[in-house]
Write a protein that binds this ligand. Structure first.
Ligand code: ATP
Length: 296
């Protein structure tokens, strides 16, 4: 099966900053890929290159097995960081302008507006919409003409919890309808909830890439609380088997690779006469995997 998007050794420098460094990955049909990374890790640069807004310094990418041309954007609904609207034109008129390049019918425009629940604002000028409504309108623009691929950069930026839940539902629906979706986000919980796959970027390089549920099995999390916190931290600090994910006054949360490391920790605590008040082992969240990988 030809991947929907194939990125091969993509690099981008801005003067002396390396924003992307030989990045390679594929996205297959029906996947929802989350692109995670700390500030400045290259997420927006990557999205703007694959959408033809910026040029890479080296490397290649293709969509649907074809070399990129601007025509390919007709098959991709994209929302980059700052959506652009004509503020004095109505919701409907803004959508009609977006639709010009997409060969779609008025019914399809109404459908996209309905999907983001803005039908009652159809004839209102865009400047009268709230921030959350504008974000929904931007999402409606990506849906118009029913493109098979959706690309979102921080789709829930500035939204309240209800708005976030709405966008999450919409992304899930689009996934169920068979769309391929790429989302760059800081919101790890959101990525864990809606994405099938994830790539974690750091300094423009991939430091983890794969299915979300498989990444979550890479590590185990151990939370330990004791009266002798300093002794506990000393055991953990210099041991490469353990990585501190969180540290607080009563204890620490660490990631470990396997049961052997947990056994070792128990033995070391016993050796130092440190009695845990809490010793809890659980599966990591995506946030904990992210902290584990990014802190390397
Ligand atoms: P954020 O999460 O903060 O949006 P990001 O992961 O999207 O960050 P990019 O915006 O792609 O990261 O930036 C990657 C690196 O490239 C950063 O060091 C940034 O300062 C630099 N950079 C981005 N755009 C430019 C530009 N136009 N000129 C110079 N440097 C830039």
């Amino acid at each position: 099966m030809v991947p929907i998007l194939s990125v091969d050794s993509l690099s981008k420098r801005y003067k002396n900053v390396s924003a992307l460094n030989k990045l390679s990955f594929n996205v297959n049909k029906g996947e929802v890929l989350g692109i995670l990374g700390p500030n400045g890790s290259g997420k927006t640069t990557l999205l703007s290159i694959i959408l033809g807004v910026r040029k890479a310094c080296s490397g290649t990418f293709n969509w649907f097995g074809e070399n990129y041309t601007h025509n390919i954007n007709k098959r991709i609904g994209a929302l980059l960081e700052v959506p652009y609207f004509y503020p004095y034109l109505s919701v409907k008129r803004n959508m009609e302008i977006t639709a010009i390049n997409r060969n779609c019918t008025t019914d399809e425009i109404y459908q996209a507006i309905e999907q983001v629940e803005l039908t009652e604002k159809l004839n209102h000028p865009v400047y009268t919409l709230s921030l959350g409504m504008k974000q929904r309108l931007a999402i409606a623009q990506t849906l118009v003409g029913n493109p098979p691929v959706l690309v979102f950069d921080e789709p829930t930026n500035g939204l309240d919890p209800e708005g976030i839940a709405f966008v999450r539902r919409l992304i899930r629906q689009q996934h169920e309808n068979g769309k391929t979706i790429i989302i760059a986000s800081h919101n790890l919980d959101e990525i864990q909830r809606v994405c099938t796959h994830v790539i974690i970027l750091k300094n423009g390089q991939s430091i983890a890439n794969g299915k979300v549920d498989e990444l979550l099995k890479l590590k185990q999390i151990v939370q330990v609380e004791t009266d002798k916190v300093e002794g506990l931290k000393a055991i953990v600090a210099n041991n490469p088997n353990f990585k501190i994910i969180d540290s607080y006054s009563e204890g620490i949360t660490i990631s470990v690779a396997d049961n052997e490391a947990i056994k070792l920790l128990n033995e070391q605590l016993t050796d130092k006469n440190i009695v845990p008040k809490l010793f809890e082992i659980r599966q990591p969240s995506l946030e904990e995997i992210f902290l584990d990988q990014v802190a390397k």
